[in-house]
Design a protein around this ligand. Structure first.
Ligand code: CLR
Length: 264
């Protein structure tokens, strides 16, 4: 009799039925985010590693420095927009993102896509000489001199340097990028609760991966970086407003439509 009772109600069954199941879900979630990151990351790490010796020459730097402010802004806006397009592709394959309303997807991308580009920048950054892969070679801050926003460039390079120092794996970077993008605190979200749910699941995924990698302490550091990201992006918006006021024609007719749609 007792054995029968034990058999029909065994609390362990709950554990067996649900625990492995949810673990498998977390693994699947992480796997899709990592796959999406890999497929939209433009260059593999080995490729970038092999290109590290390619730096701009004095003469080439001179060419960038003698561009006018609006020429250089337009050039960078085009490069940034390409990078943003890959982030949009990345977002589409984060489980749950496409289930959000069109409006909420756009709201998340409007504020988050630039942040993810800056997170991704650390893959394209060489800390040994403080250069970033730009236009086919590695460029230092001096290459961006004619943008006339040295403070923003310095802050962006600093951020990349600091993020590189954390030595994130590609998987950790993928999950962190997704967490930055699916942020329930963004303005003008229609269904904040739903965004919160997706955010929670990505957070569980990142925690799981960091725990598995024996790097639980990274989570706190990553949350600190997210605050820096927000300030960098408001600085970017500030610079863009300044630029559009001074060069309304370039900003209006020569900037890529996606750049205008997301940031203007
Ligand atoms: C980031 C990671 C992407 C590839 C990529 C493309 C364009 C790069 C960007 C990375 C890093 C930041 C970058 C940008 C072009 C211009 C911009 C170097 C490597 C600098 C910081 C200038 C910003 C100028 C604005 C004020 C317009 O997968």
């Amino acid at each position: 009799q007792d054995l029968m009772a034990l058999h029909s109600y065994n609390p362990l069954d709950d554990l067996y039925n649900h625990y492995p199941h949810s673990l498998r879900n977390i693994d699947e979630l992480c796997a899709s985010i990592v796959r999406s990151h890999r497929e939209t990351s433009q260059y593999r790490l080995e490729e970038l590693q092999a290109l590290r010796w390619k730096v701009f020459s004095r003469e080439e730097i001179q060419v960038y420095q003698s561009k006018t402010v609006d020429e250089m802004w337009q050039h960078c806006a085009v490069r940034l927009t390409e990078a943003v397009q890959y982030v949009v592709e990345f977002a589409k394959h984060i489980p749950g993102f496409r289930m959000l309303s069109q409006n909420d997807q756009i709201a998340l991308l409007k504020t988050g896509s630039m942040e993810v580009v800056l997170v991704r920048m650390c893959r394209f950054f060489n800390t040994e000489n403080n250069t970033v892969f730009f236009d086919g070679k590695f460029a230092g801050t001096e290459v961006f001199k004619s943008l006339a926003c040295g403070d923003l460039i310095a802050a962006v390079f600093d951020f990349a340097h600091g993020l590189c120092a954390l030595k994130l794996t590609e998987q950790q970077l993928a999950l962190f990028s997704a967490l930055v993008l699916i942020n329930p605190d963004r303005p003008s979200l229609e269904d904040r609760v739903r965004v919160q749910r997706v955010h929670r699941s990505v957070e569980v995924g990142l925690t799981h991966i960091l725990h598995r990698d024996n790097h639980d302490s990274l989570l706190h550091k990553l949350y600190q970086r997210m605050a820096v990201l927000r300030s960098l992006c408001s600085l970017h918006m500030e610079k863009l407003r300044w630029f559009s006021q001074r060069y309304p024609l370039t900003a209006h007719s020569l900037f890529p439509p996606l750049y205008k749609e997301l940031f203007a």
